[in-house]
Design a protein around this ligand. Sequence first.
Ligand SMILES: CSC[C@H]1O[C@H](OP(=O)(O)O)[C@H](O)[C@@H]1O
Ligand SMILES: Nc1ncnc2[nH]cnc12
Length: 292
Amino acid sequence: MTQDTMIAVIGGSGIYEIDGLEAAEWVSVDTPWGAPSDQILTGHLDGVKMAFLPRHGRGHVHSPTEVPYRANIDALKRLGATDVFSVSACGSFREEMAPGDFVIVDQFIDRTFARDKSFFGTGCVAHVSTAHPTCARLSDAAEEAAKLAGVTVHRGGTYLCMEGPQFSSMAESKMYRESWGCDVIGMTNMPEAKLAREAELCYASIAMVTDYDSWHPEHGAVDISDILATLQGNSNNGRDLVRRLPALLGKQRDLCPHGCDRALEFAVMTAPDKRDPALLAKLDAVAGRVLG
Ligand SMILES: CSC[C@H]1O[C@H](OP(=O)(O)O)[C@H](O)[C@@H]1O
Ligand SMILES: Nc1ncnc2[nH]cnc12
């Protein structure tokens, strides 16, 4: 079964729009989960449908805790998105993952505690697998696009998602690096990746290293002005990488070979006669395929 590709890009800190879109238009999307972070920029690139959503809103309005993650994923699904790329800033726990490098994240440790993490709940309970929370097909494309853009890219890495907004203490930073084996740290990829899986969207995470967090003996404490300087110096690379994705993925896509687009197939536990009609109505875009 083939369908039209629609690439969605969720742009993080420092990335509030993408360039080169044909027939570009900012559109408003309402969702049963509230308003998304901002309007969504739609258009075409190399003949492929595109949607761009600034995660924190234009002007950086939403803190990592307050980003409306459920509304964002629902809005992208509602628009017809099939393939979602997160582009994020992150701190690095590895000497070789240096500021300016890109990391194609493939695993997460979720330390967030103040966010709504699921579309499901009382009245419609579902359990999806997140053993492999990112899509290898999209990660392949992201790696290839990074190489074509001429940036240093590391394939694979574990992203520690913290609640924020404050950065980590040195003790936390060392624990995440030495005991937990994490590679990078940020504040936003969770629950975003989990929600994308619940919505049966392929999801990949492209993390741009902006700093060494607070563990590095020669770099000291993470400093927002250093992060902003690195972001400014590298945002062109991020945009260049994104511009190369449509040519790599093409106008049409088959079923995901990893099953991201069928994640809900056997996930819903609540008996049909016990399901809450109000919750089912809210799940129309996210889970309509399996809930009917
Ligand atoms: C600007 S430093 C902290 C901020 O940047 C990252 O945001 P995003 O993942 O949206 O690029 C990080 O997660 C924090 O929210
Ligand atoms: N060191 C860090 N910790 C958390 N989020 C970040 N985003 C960029 N750098 C970060």
